[in-house]
Design a protein around this ligand. Structure first.
Ligand code: NAD
Ligand code: IPM
Ligand code: MN
Length: 353
């Protein structure tokens, strides 16, 4: 019997609705799969935790998380209680950075029965590999001067190591897929870091003779995601470019509520963290209509990462059988609740046992 220890952090807003839903699904997965079990330990780290303790997580929070096989997170952010700057640097970004989760993998493809807003979506199936630890999200900068001369700066940091790591990850992934990598760049003269990004991309590409490549400026690429997403396989992008592209990827699938993501610790020293692309969705908190599929598909990515691809594939197939029958939440045109969608997935999983 394989036993996985999972640290669960529902976090804020709809994180507290979709994490229990996906956890119930994972428990069913272990019931139907005799050789697999999960031990979940829940951590209450969130903006409410901050109000009580003055910190997003205790001083030894990372120590408490570090021996788990994976971290399963919902969303962080409730700007009515705590500024996003404080909550994100204090929890989400802290875990990504300290646990060296330098790669963020974000797939986007059409699920059966979910209508894309695109007129002609064709069958796209792409993965954005987002550099997850540096770039535009650097810690160097801040507000300087005050008064009418006030300015705020943030230096972009692109290390050769970090850039190359993301690119190699993308090429390795493409080797197992359709053998094409697109680089998201902006090297047409303005952004100083991007000619460097291109240079590293070209250097790495020479090691992968069988992989086709192209480079697209991020603005044009954003448009291509809308006009011809089926032309892409793997896209490698910097932290901010990848962030923006993956919300577009989510939107063309039908909703940000279904898009999954995985923050990967590549060197295996720390747990990886699995959290969907979407945030805490303050506009729908407590309505019972949060789409649980982003979190459930994210659970599938966690299963894949822990070596359980077979059952992960069954899980996504069951999700698609449910979406194909129109049992979906309002964000994708349905009238069902979070609970109804989740229960349907659970009962169809049991039927597969
Ligand atoms: P958001 O993703 O929370 O919401 C954007 C829109 O998508 C909203 O209309 C929302 O209702 C909808 N939506 C999101 N998830 C949904 C779901 N599962 N089902 C149905 N509809 C869904 O983005 P935002 O409004 O920019 O951010 C809200 C808060 O979340 C902020 O505090 C932000 O910093 C935080 N955030 C956190 C994460 C994370 O923890 N990974 C990611 C993005 C945003
Ligand atoms: C995401 C989010 C985060 C990011 C924010 C909340 C810091 O938008 O995971 O996509 O930009 O990485
Ligand atoms: Mn984002």
């Amino acid at each position: 019997m394989k036993k996985f220890k999972i640290a669960s952090i529902p976090g804020d807003g709809i994180g507290t609705e979709v994490v229990p839903a996906a956890t119930a699904v994972l428990k069913t997965v272990s019931e139907i799969h005799g050789g697999l079990s999960f031990e979940f330990t829940e951590f209450p780290y969130s903006c409410e935790y901050y109000l009580e303790h003055g910190v997003m997580m205790p001083e030894d929070g990372l120590e408490r998380l570090k021996d788990f096989d994976s971290i399963f997170l919902g969303a962080v952010g409730n700007s009515k209680l705590v500024s996003d700057h404080t909550s994100l640097w204090g929890l989400l970004i802290k875990i990504r950075r300290e646990f060296e989760q330098q790669i963020n993998i974000r797939p986007a493809k059409v699920l059966r029965g979910i209508k894309s807003p695109l007129v002609n979506p064709k069958d796209f199936d792409l993965i954005v590999v987002r550099e997850n630890s540096e770039g535009e999200y650097s810690e160097v900068g801040g507000r300087i001067l005050r008064g009418e001369d006030e300015i705020s700066i943030q230096n972009n940091i692109f290390s050769r190591k970090g850039t190359e790591r993301a690119m190699r990850y993308a090429f390795d992934l493409a080797s197992k897929r359709n053998k094409h990598v697109t680089s998201a760049t902006k090297s047409n003269g303005i952004v100083h870091t991007m000619p460097f990004w291109d240079e590293v991309f070209n250097d790495v590409a020479t090691d992968y003779a069988d992989i086709q490549t192209d480079s697209q400026h991020i603005d044009a690429l954003a448009a291509f995601f809308v006009t011809r997403p089926n032309k892409f396989d793997v896209i490698v992008a910097s932290n901010l470019f990848g962030d923006i592209l993956t919300d577009i990827g989510a939107a063309i699938m039908g909703s940000v509520g279904i898009a999954p993501a995985a923050n990967i610790n590549v060197n295996g020293k720390y747990p990886s963290m699995f959290e969907p692309v979407h945030g805490s969705a303050p506009d729908i908190i407590g309505k019972g209509i949060a789409n649980p599929i982003g979190q459930i598909w994210t659970a599938k990515m966690m299963l894949d990462h822990m070596g359980e691809e077979e059952i992960g594939t069954v899980l996504l197939d069951v999700v698609e059988s449910v979406t194909n029958d129109g049992i979906v939440t309002p964000d994708i045109g349905g009238k069902h609740t979070t609970t109804e969608v989740t229960e349907e997935i659970i009962s169809r999983l049991k039927a597969r046992a």
